[in-house]
Design a protein around this ligand. Structure first.
Ligand code: SF4
Length: 456
């Protein structure tokens, strides 16, 4: 295969059912994008400037460590970009920013100052960037920024509350082999950036108060409570109680204002019930990777403390508490093909993942996935700097949609509108690849739109 352009165009031709927007989005998510100096903000200060900066909301989602990113470490890139138009006539596509200075994709301003996305040197789309939301310009009474305590992603749709920014699975024998949560914490500390390890519940409420006050168009629709696994206790609380007590406080202060979600381990049913009692509406007990051998190798901590079979049993049990529609386990799409242990053919990887999708969907549970970003400080990222083949990601979109059809399921709740040109979910294109429905494009038409294309 020749250039990246040829690879992309070949896949578009072979898989015409997959929206062409999703082909570019998956390629940008798996391989990252470079930023020309003309496309970076003027500042490292997260509350200044006109563009909403990348918040590093849980993992680094970059292809280099901060010191390796050069200018992009000093002048923050945007949280997300939107692609439109160009020779492929792209519909509006929101893509999370994963920085890779050596990517063949580059965001740069043209002679007139209009931002564009370039592939192999050719302009392929106009680029819009999120405007700085008003709520980011305000600080908490303790001086912390809203972006640090309660960043928003998915074009303002989701408030991402990583309330515990490290994981108690620690070191090579316990950490998931694709996860850089602990490294991301260390690198931000080393760079002198603000990075709160455990967020105080009052701090979270104050940040939400600010968002609620200034998000007058109600673009923010959901919040996610998440962070590292808790195998003992944090602040005297076990995992269900720790993450749950934020939901309780949020629901007491802002009843029903947002859809409450929790990403946590697959916990015993009684713990899951506590989440529900605290007011959580959607539970994400992520299954990470379906294949047994790969789960054991990639998630050694989870395998040791819980075990794959028990993990899956708990996912099914949690449907009795939340209802199957509201249990949405995530997997990390692409790690199935990571060397040295992963599948060596796309066929095998798709067959395995589809088996997992069928297992959950046959119980009415709709998993979703994020596109693997091979961060270099993780064992799998280090061994696979290119990530998984683009063909795997494209065929997964096809298999995902087909399996949903087979079981009569539709897009999971809490992700905004589905469909190309409408989706806001930014870390994989599963929502871009599903058929559009008739519901209003909630969140997508909120305060953070109307900025494309952008002149710098
Ligand atoms: S459980 Fe695994 S994926 Fe989750 S934060 Fe810990 S190391 Fe990362």
């Amino acid at each position: 295969m020749g250039s990246r352009t040829e690879l992309v165009e070949d896949l578009m031709e072979r898989f015409p059912q997959v929206p062409r927007e999703a082909v570019f989005k998956e390629d940008l998510l798996r391989g990252g994008v470079a930023f020309d100096k003309s496309a970076l903000s003027d500042t490292a200060n997260e509350a200044a400037g006109d563009v909403k900066p990348k918040s590093y909301f849980i993992f680094s989602f970059d292809h280099g460590t901060l010191p390796e990113l050069g200018e992009a470490a000093l002048r923050r890139p945007p949280e997300e970009i939107i692609l439109t138009g160009g020779p492929y006539d792209l519909r509006r596509t929101v893509v999370s920013v994963r920085v890779n200075p050596s990517s063949p994709y580059r965001v740069a301003a043209d002679e007139e100052g209009l931002l564009g996305l370039y592939l192999d040197g050719r302009r392929i789309a106009d680029v819009g960037v999120p405007p700085m939301p008003e709520y980011y310009r305000h600080t908490l009474s303790n001086g912390k920024s809203v972006m640090e305590v309660a960043p928003t992603i998915q074009w303002g749709y989701l408030i991402y509350l990583t309330v515990f920014r490290v994981c108690q699975y620690f070191g090579a024998k316990e950490e998931c082999q694709y996860c850089d949560i602990n490294h991301n914490w260390r690198q931000h500390k080393a760079a002198g950036r603000p990075y709160t390890g455990v967020k105080d519940v009052e701090e979270v409420l104050e940040a939400l108060e600010i968002i609620d006050r200034y998000d007058t168009q109600k673009a923010s629709t959901a919040y996610t409570l998440t962070g590292g696994a808790i195998t003992s206790k944090v602040a005297g609380r076990d995992e269900a109680d720790f993450y749950g007590h934020y939901a309780k406080a949020i629901e007491e202060r802002f009843p029903g204002r947002w859809i409450g979600k929790v990403v946590a381990q697959a916990l015993p049913k009684a713990d899951v019930q506590r989440f529900k009692d605290y007011g959580v509406q959607i539970y994400h007990p992520n299954f990470e990777v379906w294949d047994r051998r790969l789960f054991e190798l990639y998630c050694p901590g989870k395998e040791r403390y819980v075990g794959r079979d028990e993990w899956h049993r708990r996912i099914l049990d949690s449907a009795e508490v939340f209802g199957a529609r509201n249990v949405i386990p995530n997997f990390v799409a692409g790690v199935e093909m990571a060397e040295p242990f992963g599948f060596t053919t796309v066929d095998e990887a798709i067959a395995s993942t589809t088996e997992g999708l069928r297992f959950f969907m046959s119980h009415g549970i709709t998993p979703r996935f994020t596109t693997w970003c091979p961060e270099p400080t993780t064992p799998l990222g280090k061994a696979n700097p290119q990530g998984a083949p683009l063909e795997y990601h494209i065929r997964l979109l096809q298999a995902y949609r087909q399996t949903m059809d087979d079981f009569g399921l539709s897009s999971p709740p809490g992700y905004g509108p589905p469909g190309p040109g409408r989706a806001v979910f930014s870390v994989s294109s599963f929502m871009d690849s599903l058929p559009a429905d008739d519901t209003p494009a909630q969140g997508a038409e909120g305060t953070e739109t109307g900025e494309e294309p952008v002149r710098v």
